[in-house]
Design a protein around this ligand. Structure first.
Ligand SMILES: [Zn+2]
Length: 508
């Protein structure tokens, strides 16, 4: 198949949920469904071949390192192409040595040579030689990495000659958000097909998920949303859902095999050690036929292969769950569950909530599934923010003189003193004020909310009704508040009394 990438649509978004999306990426060696993981292949030390990985877990896109290929295979790879070296006729992405710069300080090639070399070995996606900022650097150094990476990105465009190759332009800046924003804006203006978020590796290794969220979200807000985003070095199934919820599409994993060599067993709930396991907490085809005891007795080669196979299965299983949750409109719930597996992951998720109003702009207005409240973070979901914004910007109440505020989950109308002249507004946490005439609009008509309230539900509900009265309270001659005596009644009375001058409280 000949695919030439000149301005055509190479990335098609099929489904969205928040910033999470399912896409089709067209490469010279076939289409790739995203979000996906690229297993990293080191051709000089193959545990499983790309074809075996594809057959075993359905991986479509492989990743290998052009710098290491150049060092080891040189002209042989130019002659046979990277597909010949890997023995794989599907899509391949190459990295260019940026990771080696981060680890060892330098590489034995020039940015120009590695661009030309990648054009010559013709991967489906190639990467410029960027300079990673890392997570342990001074501002001055970080500024330099951004500047040099941007210059190299510009220069690479001039050098590129193979139109079958798509190019990835990495964003740098590390922990300095203003630099990340600048880097993303500048590289986003250039002719690149894909962008990578550089420098997350140390943050991932050190479980610094909150800082990772700031890095990714800053880049995401400043990059073209239509281009796929690759999060370097992120291949642990535990954090994939969070990364997809930030709008990342591509991940790479050397971890499946590196962890396997150390006896480490990946799961979406965290990492276990083979030595310590009594049972395999997994339903993948290799685990159901084995026990930790049996696997511990295997030769080293077979044991590593077993663990690598399981690690891949569990990662691709998690990707399928994430994709399905996007289609169902349940990505948020899925992230909430996954982020419960480690306190620092939960911290990362809570940091993501700070970006809810940005995410809300891309969240579909209706979804297949009902809104399930699943903990305090649900109060910051895009749907809740959208409801409050719409009440503020688009809503005006019907011309009735009496307002009745009812803290209620049921749809029954209470006995009202002047039913014909009364506008009823229910208060349902965490959405808060829900005018009666809107209660069938998505997601208000399909709420699944626990009636035992948590502080976030009460806080957002009280804030919402207070705000409603501030905006519309003067329309009414009378404001009635039904108090059902539940523990949040006082909060509502306080919130309403702070803005409604003549509040009449009716005990239910
Ligand atoms: Zn397994």
């Amino acid at each position: 198949m000949l695919v030439i990438f000149v301005g055509g649509q190479i990335f098609e978004i099929l489904h969205r949920d928040g910033l999470g999306r399912i896409g089709k990426l067209t490469t010279a060696h076939g289409k790739v469904t995203t979000p996906t993981l690229m297993p990293v292949i080191d051709p000089s030390n193959v545990i499983m071949t790309p074809t075996e990985i594809r057959q075993e877990v359905g991986a479509e896109l492989m990743m290998t390192n052009a710098y290491l290929i150049k060092k080891r295979y040189g002209g042989e790879a130019v002659e046979n192409g990277v597909h010949g070296i890997l023995g794989y006729n599907g899509p391949i992405m190459t990295d260019s040595g940026g990771y080696q710069i981060l680890r060892y300080g330098s590489v034995e090639t020039s940015p120009e040579d590695i661009v030309r070399y990648q054009d010559a070995i013709s991967p489906d996606i190639a990467t410029i030689l960027d300079v990673p900022t890392g997570a342990h650097t001074t501002r001055k150094k970080a500024e330099e990495t951004v500047q040099i990476t941007t210059e190299r990105a510009r220069e690479a465009i001039r050098l590129r000659s193979n139109q079958r190759v798509m190019w990835c332009g990495p964003v740098q800046g590390g922990l300095f958000c203003d630099l990340v924003a600048k880097s993303a804006r500048e590289i986003g203006k250039l002719d690149y097909h894909i962008h990578a978020i550089g420098s997350p590796v140390e943050l991932l290794e050190e479980y610094r998920y909150a800082e990772l969220v700031d890095l990714v979200m800053t880049a995401k807000q400043n990059l073209p949303l239509s281009r796929p985003i690759h999060l370097f070095g992120a291949g642990h199934p535990m954090m994939l859902a969070l990364a997809v919820a930030m709008g990342c599409d591509l991940f790479d994993s050397a971890a499946y095999v590196l962890y396997a060599r150390e006896g480490r067993y990946l799961t979406p709930e965290g990492t276990f050690h083979l030595e310590k396991l009594s049972y395999f907490p997994c339903e993948c085809p290799v685990c159901v036929k084995n026990s930790p005891e049996k696997v511990r007795e295997l030769s080293e080669e077979k044991r590593v292969r077993f663990l690598a196979t399981h690690n891949l299965h569990v990662t691709f299983g998690e990707l399928r769950r994430i994709r399905e949750s996007i289609i169902e409109g349940k990505l948020w719930e899925h992230v909430q569950v996954r982020c419960r597996s480690h306190p620092l992951l939960l911290e990362g998720f809570r940091r993501l909530l700070r970006y809810s109003s940005f995410i809300e702009r891309f969240d579909p207005v209706t979804k297949k599934s009902a809104f399930y409240y699943s903990g305090g973070e649900s109060a910051m979901r895009p749907e809740v923010l959208r409801h409050s914004r719409r009440l503020e910007e688009r809503y005006s109440p019907p011309p009735l003189p009496v307002l009745a505020i009812l803290p209620a989950f049921d749809r029954e109308r209470p006995k009202l003193p002047e039913p014909e002249r009364t506008h009823l507004v229910r208060v349902i946490p965490p959405f808060g004020a829900i005018p009666e005439e809107l209660d069938e609009v998505y997601p208000l008509g399909q709420l699944q909310v626990p009636k035992e309230l948590d502080p976030e539900q009460i806080r957002t509900a009280a804030e919402s009704i207070r705000h409603f009265l501030q905006l519309h309270g003067t329309h009414y001659e009378r404001v009635l508040l039904f108090n059902d005596g539940k523990r949040w009644g006082d909060m509502l009375i306080k919130a309403c009394a702070s803005v409604a001058e003549k509040l009449e409280i009716i005990e239910l």
